[in-house]
Structure formats: C-alpha cells, structure tokens
Ligand binder design. Sequence first.
Ligand SMILES: *[C@@H]1O[C@H](CO)[C@@H](O)[C@H](O)[C@H]1NC(C)=O
Length: 392
Amino acid sequence: MDYNKLVAVLLLFFSSFLLVRTSMAASNYNVVRFGAKPDGRTDSTKAFLGAWQAACRSAASVTVTVPRGSFLLKPVQFRGPCRSRITFQIYGTIVAPSDYRGLGNSGSWILFVKVNRISINGGTLDARGASFWACRKSGKSCPAGARSMTFNWANDVVISGLKSINSQATHLVINSCNNVIVRKIKLMAPDQSPNTDGLHVQGSAGVTVIDSTFQTGDDCISIGPGTRNLYMSKLNCGPGHGISIGSLGRDANEAGVQNITLVNSVFSGSDNGVRIKTWARKSTGFVRNVLFQNLVMKNVRNPIIVDQNYCPTHQGCPKQGSGVKISQIVYRNIKGTSRTQQALTFDCSRSNPCQAIRLHDIKLTFNGRSATSTCKNIKGAKAGVVMPQGCL
Ligand SMILES: *[C@@H]1O[C@H](CO)[C@@H](O)[C@H](O)[C@H]1NC(C)=O
C-alpha cells in the first residue's frame, strides 16, 4: 500500500470513528428550549413533558437540563420505557402550585413510571406544603395530599444530590423498583408537619441509601412490604419519627421484608431510633435478617422499639396477635441517650414471638443513668455489654 492510500484509509477510519462518537454522544435537552420559564409562576409542565418525550425517544443517552431559576410544575408523569439512559440534571428549583389543591388530589406530584436507567442529579423540589398541613390541622376536609417524587416499576435508578422541602405527604417513594442508588439527598419538612415521611421503600430490591439527611414530621425512612436487600449507611435522622420497618401486616396476605442493613448513622431528637411496627392482626408477612449496627442516639424517645400491637383505630385487631413473624434481627454497637426512661422496647406478638434477636454492645442512658427496658415474647441472645439489661 502506498503512503497516500494509507493516509486515506486512516482518515476514513478516524472520521467514521468521530462520526459514530458524535452521534453516540449524550445530547442535551434544556427545558427552557421547550418553553419552560424560570419565573416560578408560569406553568412549565408542558415544556418538561416535551423535553421528556424527546429524551425518551433518543437512541443515545441524553441529559434533560433544568437550569437555574424556579419552575412551576403541576402533577406530571414521566413514563417509560425509554430507549436509552436519561439524566435529569437540575440546577434550579421545581415548585408546586401555591394553592395546595393543585397537587392535593393527584396522589403524586412528580411521578416516574416504568422508566429504566434514569438519574436525577441535584436540584430542589419545593411542594409548598404549608397550606396543606394547615388544612389538615384545622380538621376541615382536605384532599389526600401528594408525594413529591415517586418511582413506580423503575430499574437502575440513581438519585443524587437532590433536596426536597415542604412535601405535602412523603417526599420520595420507591415502589416496585430494582437497583436504586440514593445518595447525598436531603429531605426536609418541619417537625410538626403531619405525615411528611422522608423516604418510603416498598416492593423493591437492591436499594442503597447513603450520605443523606432526613428532617421530617413523620418517619425519616419507612420500609414497606416486599422490600429486600436494602442497604443504608451514613444517614442523619431527626427531627422525625425515625427509621421504621412497617407498618406491616395491615393485609392478611402480604410480602415479607428481608435482608435490611442500617449502619453508621445518627438519630438526633427523633421520636424513634430503629423501629419495627406491625398491626396486631393475622398476616402472612415477616421481617427477617436485619442488621442495625454502629448507631448513635441523641435524645431519642424510643431508641430501639418493636411494636407488634399497632391498632390505631382499635378496629379489626383488638386482642389479636400479629401474624408478622420477626426473626434474625441484630442490634450491635448502639449507643447514646434516650429522652424517655424506657430505651429498649420489645412488644412482640403473642402468637408469633420474635425469634433470634441479638443484642450486642448496647449502651443507652437516660438522664446520665442506665435506661430501662420492657420485653415481651422475645427469644434470642445477648453479648458484650447490654445496657439497659432485662431483655434476653
Ligand atoms: C443482602 O443485601 C445486600 C445489600 O445490602 C446484598 O449485597 C446481598 O447480596 C444480599 N444478600 C442476599 C442473600 O441476597
């Protein structure tokens, strides 16, 4: 091959390579180009949906950018399946309509359905829940309220650097999803805002939650039926109701919860630390293989609690044992202060006692002295220092 031919072949090779590279490169859809207005007043729902539809059709991975500014969104559904990975890169704030009825009846505000390979990066969601909470407190009839961001039947999800404030109901819901990473998120609502859970996970497998802060009026994290392989680390919880497995066993036929890990986390001024809560009625549900390790409790009302006698309206459950079978729960290296004298509560089911509970290096104090414990229907073992004593 002579020199010129070689150059021509090489050029052809590299230019086609470049061409392929360019067409594969992530394209970028800015919601402003689709008509969104960063003024916090103009309804940008259609523009966001337009950008989503374009992104969803793209064969190459795409970024949908939400620039600085404030964008008003009404309840919206981003539906898949889409052809490639989509990243929502959010620099600004997404706000809900100022009138709470604008979200209140929809159940969810920002909803992702059947989307695979989706990332949410950065941004703030402000559901402006205050007037909704006020309605609820007044005792008037109010709409049910909306969750701020929900993922239903989504796989390979990354939520990173997102902040959500003032949700009407739960901030973030992961429902029937697989392989989800949640990191560096911040979910905040005032202490007294009713039912503003932070994160709710259910029917999902392989969810990781790390480096995140939850300051809410209800559970920091609630873990519902059918959750498997959930890993949580480096979390800050409080104010709020703590991290709760349950309520479970509401339904007679219910999927169990298994392989749950919570490590290296701090609870500050929360109502509960780690809680397992089940209805006092028949159920096929279970909780097994749970590790709570390296936790610090600061002025927490119930640092460690299992409550299997939940029956809020005293209807359909009084005097029944919970059917939810709790076993293989390990509590290791949990230290700090309790706001009430009783720091350790195991109120397990009469008909299905808690099995294989392990307490290992627990040190919880109340007013500078050892706290107390109450244990019913519990079997297992303890090791190391366990303070308060009295269980196992
Ligand atoms: C339990 O969950 C962890 C994630 O916390 C996962 O790595 C592990 O494979 C799971 N174990 C089983 C038996 O599924």
